[in-house]
Design a protein around this ligand. Structure first.
Ligand code: 0O2
Length: 211
């Protein structure tokens, strides 16, 4: 049993806070350069205790093995406008030396049966504490806005059906995932147009702000 969840979760909270700043910082650097940022926005969370217990139960993870075997107690999400941006973000993350990449799961080219698409990186992130360094596992999910829309809706439906969707809803979700994928494909085709328009828009905004 974990008696002191606050103590157990503290390094995860710290990792999420630090990584949010670092990954948002990547976006800011692109903005300062005036080039298209492959990162649209970043979110992060520590898994709620009830979800940790649920998942541990489902996957038969003993509570004293949580820090080694549950990879997403700390989770970050990086949202991108275009599918190609996902690859760019992964490459940028591979080059960093403030954490180590432990595992990569490519559900973008290999979607899950549910229709889920995202690129997952599991990293070992060193948290500096007053009693020394502690390396913790963090999952970073990288996905487009369309993939995120689908995953968010499917995730909330999951709460209602506990993962056991009626056949018609399962099929509709798979079709919706395909539609989201088509949307990404279409947007990729007019990517240059979109980026030119966005560049003009942000120059205009900067002009207005400096007036
Ligand atoms: P939450 O509430 O987001 O924390 P598994 O849980 O068995 O599917 P595993 O081995 O833990 O998979 O790792 P994987 O496949 O990388 O998935 C972990 C996380 O990816 C999930 O965490 C979800 O956030 C997301 N994910 C994976 N598959 C799906 C899916 O089909 N639909 C949606 N919406 N998200 C998915 P949790 O713990 O399930 O949930």
């Amino acid at each position: 049993m974990i008696k002191h969840w606050d103590h157990f979760l503290a390094p995860y909270e710290q990792a999420v806070d630090e990584l949010k700043v670092k990954l948002k910082g990547m976006r800011t650097q692109f903005e300062m350069q005036g080039t298209h940022s492959p990162i649209e926005f970043v979110t992060g969370r520590v898994k709620p205790i009830a979800s940790i217990l649920d998942k541990a139960n489902k996957k038969n993870i003993p509570l004293d093995k949580l820090s080694d075997e549950m990879q997403d107690i700390a989770g970050l999400r990086m949202m991108c406008q275009f599918v190609d941006d996902i690859r760019r973000v992964v490459e940028l993350l591979r080059k960093r030396n403030d954490f180590e990449i432990i595992e990569e799961r490519d559900y973008v080219s290999q979607k899950k049966h549910s229709g889920y698409r995202s690129y997952h990186l599991v990293i070992g992130y060193p948290v500096q504490a007053i009693d020394g360094e502690k390396k913790i596992l963090v999952e970073i999910q990288i996905r487009t806005l369309a993939m995120n829309f689908w995953a968010t809706i499917e995730h909330s439906l999951n709460y209602k059906y506990h993962g056991r969707f009626p056949k018609d809803i399962e099929l509709r979700l798979q079709r919706a995932a395909e539609a989201a994928f088509q949307l990404d494909e279409e947007m990729s085709q007019i990517r240059v147009e979109i980026q030119e328009a966005q560049a003009v828009f942000s120059r205009k905004k900067e002009g207005n702000n400096s007036e």
